[in-house]
Design a protein around this ligand. Sequence first.
Ligand code: ATP
Ligand code: MG
Length: 316
Amino acid sequence: MPLVTIQDLKVSYSVRGMFRSRSEVTAVDGVSLFVDEHEALGLVGESGSGKSTLGRAVLLLIKPRHGRIVFDGVDMLEAAAHRDKTAIRKFRREAQIVFQDPYGSLNPRMKAGRIIADPMYVHGIKDRRLVKDKVLKLLDLVGLPASAYDKYPFSFSGGQRQRISIARALSIGPRFIVADEPVSSLDISIQAQLLNLFREIQEKQGVSYLFISHDLRTVAFIAQRIAVMYRGRIMELAPKTELITHPLHPYTKLLLSSVPSKDRHPSEQHDQAGGRAEGCVFYPRCTVARDVCMDMGPRLKEVSPGHQVACFLYGQ
Ligand SMILES: Nc1ncnc2c1ncn2[C@@H]1O[C@H](COP(=O)(O)OP(=O)(O)OP(=O)(O)O)[C@@H](O)[C@H]1O
Ligand SMILES: [Mg+2]
C-alpha cells in the first residue's frame, strides 16, 4: 500500500472579478497519484500549473472541492470532516512541508534552535534537554554548526535558512515531506548542495517526498518517478529515466527541450479564470494536435508499466 494516495483531487479558488463578480479558478483538476514509502515523487510544471495548490491540498492546508487523500491507510478528508483528532494529529506529525521562500517561512523573532524545536513542543515533547539534544543533532544533519542554535534567522544566508527549514520539518520524524520549490530561490551552487542534502536525508531517514519544481533537472536529481503537471492536470507520469529518455506527451517534450527559468511564467498567459474548454488543456500550444483534442480531454492512461500519459496520440 502506498504511503499517500490521491484520487481525483480537485481544488478551486474563488476569485473576485470586476464589479463584485466572483468566479472559480480550478487550480487542480482531477489529479490521481500515489507516493510510496521511502519514495520521492517529483512534480514538475510551469508556473501556475497548480503544483503548490496540489502540494498544500495534500497536506490539508487547503480544502479540496472533491477527491480523496489517503495517508497510511486513513482517508484524511473523512478524518478532517469527522474531526478525528487522533488521526489529524498523527498526520500533522508525519506529513511536513518545506517552502520555497527561506526568508518568509522562518519566524524572525525566534532563534534557530527554537524554530527547529517548535514542532516538538507543539506535539507535546516537553523534556528540554531531550529537545535541545535533538535540535543539535538536526543542525549537524543539515550541515549547520552547533553555534547556529542561538542565532536569529537574519544572520543566515538563504541556503542556511533552507537548512533550518529542513531541520524543522525533520524534527518530529516525518514520513512524508512536501518540498515546494525548496531550492528555486537560491544560487545555483547552493542549490546543488541542498539537493544533495535532500537526497541524503531520503537515504538516511527513509522519508518520502512530493518534490515540486518548475525545473525538470532539479526534480530528476531527487525523484524516482516524475509527474508532469499542466493547468491543473497530470499530463504524464513515469519512472524518472523512462520519462527523460522516452517522453511521450508533447508538453513533456517541450519541457525537456526548453531551458527552464524561474522568471518565466508562460502558462499565465492563458486565461485561467475563464471557463475551461472541454478539450485537452494543452491543445492551444500543441504542435501535433488533432481535431479530437479540441473536443475532448484525454484521460491519463497507462501505456507501459508505470508509464501514464494523457494524450490522444497514444490511444484512449
Ligand atoms: N490564493 C489563490 N487565489 C486565487 N487563485 C490562486 C491562488 N493561489 C493560486 N491560484 C491560482 O491557481 C493556479 C495554480 O497556482 P499554483 O500556485 O498552485 O501554481 P504553481 O504551479 O505552484 O506555480 P508556481 O510555479 O508559480 O509556484 C494559478 O492559476 C494561480 O493563479
Ligand atoms: Mg508554486
